[in-house]
Write a protein that binds this ligand. Structure first.
Ligand SMILES: Nc1ncnc2c1ncn2[C@@H]1O[C@H](COP(=O)(O)OP(=O)(O)OP(=O)(O)O)[C@@H](O)[C@H]1O
Ligand SMILES: O=P(O)(O)O[C@@H]1O[C@H]([C@H](O)CO)[C@@H](O)[C@H](O)[C@@H]1O
Length: 166
């Protein structure tokens, strides 16, 4: 299968695909993030998110959005490559990029049935939670898998490869 076909650039096309899934009785799960330097915590998280429904859609921050969110030295991995890696995961059915600071407009466009974030968030801090619940959906927080973060990976690389070696 050509998994690049999961990467959808046009939000209207993504909306129509989600509608087709929902009209077929499938539950559409949505999550979002930067997913810079994909790691095992992301993969476990996404597989658990997918298990909550029948389809998993990822809202992926563009490079400009990541830079505003995480600083000028991020992302490490450009959005095209981040999208490509996510699309290759069996758990993922669609990847849609958003350039805003938050995924709210995308969530309001796609109207997912379930909105998911990891345990580094609470329902009160999940953007789109009120909209999804108001639209008859629900919000789920997936436990954080400790020891896995992109920041930790970057710190380890700097420590092991960039500082003066003893
Ligand atoms: N170890 C983990 N366990 C479960 N969920 C995770 C884990 N790491 C990230 N996530 C989830 O994956 C999504 C994307 O997170 P993000 O790309 O910010 O990962 P990160 O490793 O925390 O990155 P950074 O260290 O740059 O903040 C978020 O919904 C987040 O809750
Ligand atoms: O990868 P991150 O930093 O977990 O993703 C961010 O999530 C924010 C979250 O949805 C707030 O509830 C979102 O606003 C931001 O754009 C990133 O996707």
């Amino acid at each position: 299968m050509d998994t690049t076909l999961k990467i959808v650039d046009d939000w209207q096309q993504a909306k129509e695909c989600c509608q087709r899934w929902q009209q077929a009785g499938e539950t559409v799960v949505f999550t979002n993030g930067c997913f810079d330097i994909l790691h095992a915590g992301h993969v476990t998280y996404l597989e658990q998110a997918r298990s909550l429904g029948n389809r998993l859609v990822i809202g992926l921050n563009t490079d400009a959005s990541v830079r505003r969110l995480k600083g000028a030295r991020r992302p490490i991995v450009p959005q095209a490559a981040r999208a490509r890696l996510l699309a290759a995961l069996q758990a993922v059915d669609m990847v849609v990029c958003f350039d805003e600071d938050t995924p709210l407009a995308l969530i309001q466009t796609l109207c997912p049935d379930i909105l998911v974030k990891g345990g580094d968030y609470t329902e009160a801090t999940i953007v789109g939670a009120d909209f999804v619940k108001g639209n008859g959906g629900r919000v789920e927080v997936i436990p954080f898998l400790n020891g896995f973060s992109t920041s930790n990976i970057i710190e380890k690389i700097v420590k092991l490869h960039c500082q003066n070696q003893e």
